[in-house]
Structure formats: structure tokens, C-alpha cells
Design a protein around this ligand. Structure first.
Ligand SMILES: *Cc1c(COP(=O)(O)O)cnc(C)c1O
Length: 390
């Protein structure tokens, strides 16, 4: 039996430090920049810009990045930048974490959910177009924005999504919170649309303890976001406000952690790939367990969380029974995101569904994938799964 209470619990994706973080934090204290701006914030933004501005086909991107207090704040400010207001509709991938959709409601707008296609588990381009046409027919106006998501770091069919978005002239806000370092045809996920969201929460690819960033098209857009992220203060000697602003800027301490993390970002991504490769090899021999992998060779996921589907007929037990066995063996696993159109808070929101995300939700599990997961852990996890088969 795989029960082993002496073993340290293996978690999905635990934060992992480079050792450089304290140096930058110490610098912030030494220079008294213990505020939501400062040298670490500027340097971290610079690191992020270098990271996302990939070169493909001889073209180097020139996106700007603004560091914020959370990925959720980045989604919110992206919507503010796109002029989303009360009464508007915003199309959002249904198969995601609530933070992709909740800021639509902060703006008084209505999310319209679109289901996934089975290859990437991300927004189904055909269903997206159906939804756009139907919203225009029903409401007489176009949705104000489209939010595709890179779920578990898997690239979406972004070329197809962008083609539809451009044809209907609707801006795209990419939620790449889980897709840090994922590429599509050699270009970083989060750089295809008007704006792109990054997250540095404790369990993401890199962390600032809590934090996020918004990828912006140019300096002008970045300045505009900065204005809204710092309480929308007009340039007066006193406090003058002509717009509703937010307190969403990243602190100089958190940015210090981010700078340290950027020194090992490539190692983290390589490790997640190693873990995915390990699982892929192991699960070839375990009938009923399928690793979710990129459906196309031009998609390069970061494998933030490796996910599997459990076929209860072939495997003998279902995903929830397997989750409990893993839990008893001190291995954390978790069901997939419950689709937004199935959530009580969104029961009245329009939804265009095809059954894909609901079916996946009933068979899928996330497995430990983070930088602290060792080969010894992986052997133990795979053995525990193999022994759970009935
Ligand atoms: C984590 C996450 C966010 C929000 O990021 P925070 O930094 O936690 O606010 C948004 N969207 C998705 C898909 C996420 O996984």
C-alpha cells in the first residue's frame, strides 16, 4: 500500500526561491524604498519586458509591462483600459478561475461565457464566433472585449481567436496568468491581444508572494494604466480626481522578490517541462490515465500544472477516488477548475456551451508539478497512481 504518513506532503506548486530575493529586498530597506514604487519595480518591469518581447520571423515585440498588486488587478485594469462600462457584455472563457471573470462584474458589465475545445481545453474559436453573432442579434451591440485564457499554461488557438476578434473589431485581453513562459509559434502568450495578464501569486510559475502585471501595447497605454493603478490623480499640487482610480501598484518589496525570481524563471520552466516529460513516459503504461499535452507542435506550454484525465472504466476508479488515495499518501492533487457557467454566482450569465469543460471537470486532476517536486517524489506519485488502479 502506498500509504506513507512519514513522507512530507507533496504540493501542487510550491513557491521556490533563487536566493537572490533577499538581496533586492535588503536594498529596498537600505534605500528606504518601502513603498508601491521604486527601483525594484522599475527593474522588475524591465526584466518582464525583456522576457515577453520575443523575436519571431525577424520581428521583435516592443510591449510594455506594468507591475501590479495582483493578476486580478491586471484583468480589472485591462477592462478599464478597454473602456468596459456598466451595461456592456464581455466574452470570457468559461473554463477558468473566477479571477478571469469577476472584474467584468466589478465594472458593472456582464460576462458571456464561451466553452472550450477539447484539444487545448481553451476557448473554442467556432463557439466564440457563434456567441458574437448571437449577442449582436440579441442585444443589438457587440461584446466590448474577449478574454481567452491559457489554462494550466496551455496555449489557446490564438491565431483563430485573433482572426475572429479582428473581423468583428473586438479587442482581446489575454489571461496569461497561468501561461508565464508559454509560447505559440515562438511568441509569448499574453502578447497577441491588446492587453495580457500575468500573475505572480504564491503558486504560479514565479512569485512575488502576491502580485501581477499587465502587458500593454505601448508606453502611452502603460502611462494610462499607471494613472488608474495609482488612484487616478490629476497633475495638480493638491489631490484632484476626475476618474475613479484604484490602488493596484506593486510594492517595491514584492518587486524585489520578482527580480530574484526572474533569475531562475528559465529553470522553473525547464523543470515543469521535465515533470511533464516524466509523467508522459510513466502514464504510457497506465491504462485509463491520460496526460493533457499540447495538441500541436507549434504550441509550447509551460506545463504550470500537469493535468490528467481519469477514465473510470479503464482505470477502475474515478478521479475523486484517486484524489482521496493520493491525499492519504500525502500527495496533493486537485480537480480541474469548475467552469464559470456552472458556478452559482454566474448561473444567470449568458453561456455558449458544448459540454467540453463540464465533461473535463468530471474526470480531471491536477498533479504536483512545481519546482520543489523531485524525481523521487515523481516516482512515488506514479507508483501510488499505478497501485491505485483497480
Ligand atoms: C491566478 C489567476 C488569476 C489571478 O491572479 P492573482 O494574482 O491570483 O490575482 C487570473 N486568472 C487565472 C486564470 C489565474 O489562474
Amino acid at each position: 500500500m502506498s500509504q506513507n504518513t512519514d513522507r512530507k506532503r507533496i504540493l501542487l506548486c510550491l513557491a521556490h526561491m533563487s536566493g537572490e530575493e533577499m538581496k533586492y529586498i535588503q536594498e529596498a530597506f537600505d534605500t528606504n524604498w518601502v513603498v508601491p514604487l521604486g527601483p525594484n519595480v522599475n527593474a522588475f518591469e524591465n526584466d518582464l519586458e525583456n522576457f515577453v518581447n520575443t523575436t519571431t520571423g525577424g520581428n521583435t515585440l516592443n510591449k510594455k509591462v506594468i507591475a501590479l498588486s495582483a493578476g486580478t488587478a491586471a484583468v480589472h485594469l485591462g477592462l478599464v483600459a478597454l473602456g468596459v462600462k456598466a451595461g456592456d457584455e464581455v466574452i470570457c472563457q468559461s473554463f477558468t478561475f473566477a479571477a478571469s471573470a469577476n472584474p467584468v462584474v466589478y465594472q458593472g458589465a456582464t460576462p458571456v461565457f464561451v466553452d472550450s475545445e477539447p484539444g487545448t481545453w481553451n476557448m473554442d474559436p467556432n463557439l466564440l464566433e457563434d456567441a458574437i453573432k448571437d449577442r449582436i442579434a440579441k442585444t443589438g451591440k457587440k461584446p466590448k472585449a474577449i478574454i481567452p485564457v491559457y489554462l494550466y499554461g496551455m496555449p489557446a488557438y490564438i491565431d483563430e481567436i485573433m482572426e475572429i476578434a479582428q473581423r468583428y473589431d473586438i479587442p482581446v485581453l489575454e489571461d496569461a496568468a497561468e501561461g508565464f513562459g508559454s509560447n505559440y509559434r515562438g511568441q509569448t502568450c499574453g502578447t497577441f491581444g491588446s492587453y495580457g495578464v500575468m500573475s505572480f501569486n504564491g503558486n504560479k510559475m514565479i512569485t512575488t508572494s502576491g502580485g501581477g502585471a499587465l502587458i500593454c501595447p505601448n508606453d502611452e497605454a502603460k502611462k494610462r494604466i499607471l494613472f488608474f493603478a495609482t488612484q487616478a490623480r490629476e497633475p495638480f499640487p493638491y489631490y484632484q480626481h476626475e476618474h475613479i482610480g484604484y490602488n493596484y501598484r506593486m510594492s517595491n518589496i514584492c518587486a524585489g522578490i520578482g527580480r530574484g525570481q526572474m533569475t531562475i524563471a528559465a529553470d522553473h520552466i525547464a523543470h515543469h517541462h521535465h515533470v511533464a516529460g516524466f509523467y508522459a513516459d510513466a502514464f504510457k503504461d497506465i491504462e485509463g490515465i491520460d496526460l493533457h499535452v499540447a495538441p500541436k507542435d507549434y504550441m509550447d506550454p509551460n506545463y504550470w500544472l500537469c493535468t490528467v484525465t481519469v477514465d473510470p472504466k479503464a482505470f477502475g476508479i474515478d478521479y475523486e477516488q484517486l484524489r482521496q488515495i493520493l491525499d492519504a499518501a500525502a500527495i496533493e492533487s486537485r480537480p480541474l477548475w469548475k467552469p464559470m457557467h456552472m458556478q452559482p454566482i454566474y448561473k444567470n450569465a449568458p453561456a455558449y456551451v458544448n459540454g467540453v469543460s463540464e465533461a473535463l471537470f468530471k474526470i480531471g486532476l491536477c498533479l504536483p508539478s512545481g519546482p520543489c517536486v523531485t524525481d523521487d517524489d515523481l516516482n512515488y506519485i506514479v507508483d501510488t497512481i499505478a497501485n491505485a488502479r483497480k
